[in-house]
Write a protein that binds this ligand. Structure first.
Ligand code: GS8
Length: 225
């Protein structure tokens, strides 16, 4: 019998990926919520390199880094696959998932943690990331009408990116900033709505209001405003 445990913090888009992945594969797991200002011994022992959540512990052995965990889940369980079958499509899905970490997440985090011109730059960077993702979605559609990044099935890149939707409201809030999803990024807008219909996503994503409340406290701690 498999023993699966997840170390996570509810607010983390990286952790949400792991929860969605396990739910999609129907894997039962034990959940441990971490307080990042007071990490558990288990977290420090299981992820001694980065000391970060999420961590997946499978039969006592840790797997770290959310995109690596997601690929592990894909290989370890179930017959339906998150990653596409063709090598080039797999490479593309991995490339854009990596982009969401390096560019998209980074711009969002800077919006929350900065002020003034640095924040204005972060807003522009985030919209550029939206534009790039909209463009790649359009290319993947290639005139067809795909529901998800990987095609008709919900897959790797969908799972990698959809957690950030719970943060969109927080990126916008109180900073005179609107993400023009409906008017400028209609494909992404429809994609978000489609993903939100899935049970795995509904279960893993916290409400945008809860995320905002948390982010406001975090900003207060960092910037004192
Ligand atoms: C990022 C995880 C991460 O940043 C991944 O799993 O994909 N590349 C990694 N985790 C944060 C919480 S979410 O912002 C974390 O655990 N931070 C604790 C710390 O930095 O001490």
């Amino acid at each position: 019998m498999d023993q699966v445990k997840v170390l996570n913090t509810w607010i983390s888009p990286f952790g949400m990926r792991v929860l969605i992945g396990l739910e999609e594969k129907g894997v039962k797991y034990e959940y441990q919520e971490e307080v990042l200002s007071n990490k558990s011994e288990l977290l420090l022992q299981m992820n001694p390199v980065h000391k970060k959540i999420p961590v997946l512990i499978h039969n006592g052995r840790p797997v770290c880094e959310s995109l690596i965990i997601l690929q592990y889940i894909d290989e370890a369980w179930g017959s339906m696959q998150f990653l596409p079958s063709k090598p080039y499509d797999r490479a593309l899905a991995r490339f854009w998932a990596d982009f969401t970490d390096k560019k998209f997440y980074d711009a969002g985090a800077r919006i929350i943690k900065s002020k003034g011109e640095a924040q204005e730059q972060a807003k522009r960077d985030l919209l550029e990331s939206f534009q790039l993702l909209e463009g790649t979605f359009e290319e993947m559609l290639a005139g067809g009408s795909l529901a998800f990044f990987g095609g008709k099935d919900f897959g790797f890149l969908d799972i990698a990116f959809i957690p950030f939707a719970s943060w969109f409201h927080t990126y916008e809030s109180g900073r005179n900033f609107k993400i023009p999803l409906e008017s400028e990024y209609p494909l992404l807008d429809a994609w978000v709505k489609k993903c939100m219909e899935r049970d795995s996503v509904k279960k893993a994503l916290p409400s945008p209001d809860k995320v905002l409340e948390y982010a406001m406290q975090m900003r207060k701690r960092i910037l004192g405003d």
